[in-house]
Design a protein around this ligand. Structure first.
Ligand code: HEM
Length: 509
């Protein structure tokens, strides 16, 4: 009898447990259904672990590839935790354009990145925020315009540098050389002539050191160790790369501080030679105003930003351009034929020629698309609580936008994985713009040097292709060329040698 009672109450208990389980399940389904349609739901994403977040599923050597892989599972807008910090990742043209252009105000801030913060103290053009950034950006844009960005004088500066570069390349007499340092010297000099009002000899040891530092920092900033530092800055003392980065920046700062000191002694309001001169005069004008942002640190960091951002980006794009010409000699030949026909060899091509060189223009655009130098996502931050698509993104959330996913978007490009200049040509062979061509990004924090970079790419590429034919080093065939990028915050081709044979010479190497 006692046995029966125990059994009875056991089954009764099981019944109660079943009812409770069913209720719990019902409650969970209800919560999940309501959450899925809730206007306060953040984008979906992988479940984060304590402390490390989603670090265990990311390949920091190729973050872009990891983000693309995750988007296949979670869609083009998803949440990812880097350490304990949540970020929203955006991929593909539709979503990226929607965020950058249609929600320009909401996605218009720069996210705080610990290594950048330490390098810049949150000052200058790239890492500053709010009104300080607006003031610095407005001043830089208008001053760079005065110093030739978008005007004919920039053409003169770039032509002058193109002639220097041609002389340096001619000195190799068609023998193999590594083009990176010459290209860096050339683009470094274009930016120095605008920002500092002077150019350097390509072999000046100080200049060589400065451009090597920029180049090394670009690689270090994209390295796994610096990305780890950005998630866990307290680990800095264990990681080598961030410390090299900070040491390099210290050296660069020393050079620019010294330059600024000497420059201040010779500023003359009747002869404004450079961006730095204009900034120093503005400092005098603004001195007594409240909310004056024209302080010493903003002068120094803006100068460093322009030098750093303007050098390696344009140089890497040019190195890619000549590598692609070596890889596709038939395309190189077509470009040369067009330049020969329209410009001839009696003068350097000008910006005016661009519209009558549609094939050449298409090739340069395709280089920028296919070679995709900004491989790490651009970092933005929401300025307010934001409703984006069906999701909610709280104010101050870091937003990472992967531009490569726009430049390779299958919905936007006919053959995204092939180098195809016809992406930018219509049926009549006329140049045609593409909305998904966003190597400079878009919106409020779009690249500040876009028009300068475009002018440099066109004028330097056409000047060199007019004078030289590019070949691989002896023993290497076009097919052997390695198109894997040397990954960094921006990516350049891996070490390779090129031969530039003067077109006046009869035979190749
Ligand atoms: C092919 C060459 C270049 C490419 C592909 C490029 C690309 C970019 C990209 C993708 C951004 C981030 C924009 C964003 O946050 O959405 C950026 C920002 C920036 N770029 Fe460039 N860039 C190039 C050349 C230059 C040059 C020549 C300069 C210097 C005059 C420059 C100065 C800057 C600055 C100062 C910013 C920060 C803008 C801000 O936060 O307001 N860039 N660039």
């Amino acid at each position: 009898m006692a046995k029966m009672t125990v059994l009875h109450s056991f089954f009764q208990d099981i019944g109660t447990v079943q009812i409770l389980c069913a209720l719990l399940l019902f409650f969970l389904i209800l919560v999940s259904a309501t959450w899925k349609t809730s206007p306060f739901r953040m984008p979906p994403g992988p479940f984060p672990l304590p402390i490390i977040g989603n670090l265990h599923i990311l390949d920091l050597k190729r973050l872009d590839k990891s983000l693309e892989k995750l988007s296949k599972k979670y869609g083009n807008v998803f949440t990812l935790s880097f350490g304990t910090k949540k970020s929203v990742v955006i991929l593909g043209y539709e979503a990226a354009h929607d965020a950058l252009v249609n929600h320009a105000d909401e996605f218009g801030e720069r996210s705080v990145v610990p290594s950048f913060q330490k390098l810049t103290n949150g000052k200058g053009l790239i890492s500053s925020h709010g009104d300080e950034w607006k003031t610095m950006r407005r001043f830089a844009l208008s001053t760079l315009r005065d110093f030739g960005m978008g005007k004919t004088t920039i053409e003169d500066r770039i032509h002058k540098e193109a002639e220097m570069l041609i002389k340096e390349i001619e000195a190799h007499k068609g023998q193999p050389f590594y083009d990176k340092w010459l290209m860096n010297g050339c683009t470094g000099n274009v930016i120095c002539s605008i920002v500092l009002g002077k150019r350097f000899d390509y072999h000046d040891p100080i200049f060589v050191k400065l451009i090597q530092i920029v180049s090394q920092n670009v690689k270090l900033m994209g390295s796994p160790a610096v990305q780890l530092y950005n998630m866990f800055p307290f680990l800095g003392f264990l990681l080598g790369a961030p410390n090299i980065l900070f040491r390099n920046m210290h050296e660069q700062r020393k050079f620019f501080v010294e330059f600024l000191k000497l420059n201040r002694q010779t500023v003359n309001e009747n002869d404004i030679r450079s961006y730095v001169d204009a900034f120093m005069l503005k400092q005098q004008e603004e001195m007594k105003k409240p909310d004056n942002y024209f302080d010493e640190e903003n002068l120094l960091v803006s100068t460093l930003n322009l030098f750093g951002a303007g050098l390696e980006t344009t140089s890497s794009s040019l190195q890619w351009a000549f590598l692609m010409m070596i890889k596709y000699p038939e395309i190189q030949k077509k470009v040369q034929e067009e330049v020969d026909e329209v410009v001839g060899d009696g003068r350097l091509p000008t910006l005016e020629d661009r519209k009558i060189l549609p094939y050449t223009d298409a090739v340069i655009h395709e280089v920028q698309r296919f070679c995709n130098i900004v491989t790490l996502p651009v970092g933005r931050e929401t300025t307010c609580d934001t409703h984006f698509r069906e999701y909610f993104i709280p104010k101050g959330t870091r937003v990472l936008i992967l531009l490569s996913s726009v430049l390779f978007d299958k919905m936007q490009w006919e053959s995204p994985d092939k180098f195809t200049p016809s992406h930018f040509l219509d049926a009549q062979g006329k140049f045609t713009k593409k909305a998904a061509f966003l190597p400079f990004s878009a919106g409020k924090r779009v690249c500040l040097g876009e028009s300068l970079a475009k002018a440099e790419l066109f004028l330097l590429f056409t000047a060199l292709i007019q004078k030289f034919t590019f070949y691989p080093a002896p023993g290497v065939t076009s097919e052997d060329l390695n198109l894997e990028p040397d990954f960094g915050i921006t990516s350049s081709p891996k070490y390779h040698l090129v031969c530039a044979v003067s077109r006046k010479q009869k035979k190749g190497p």
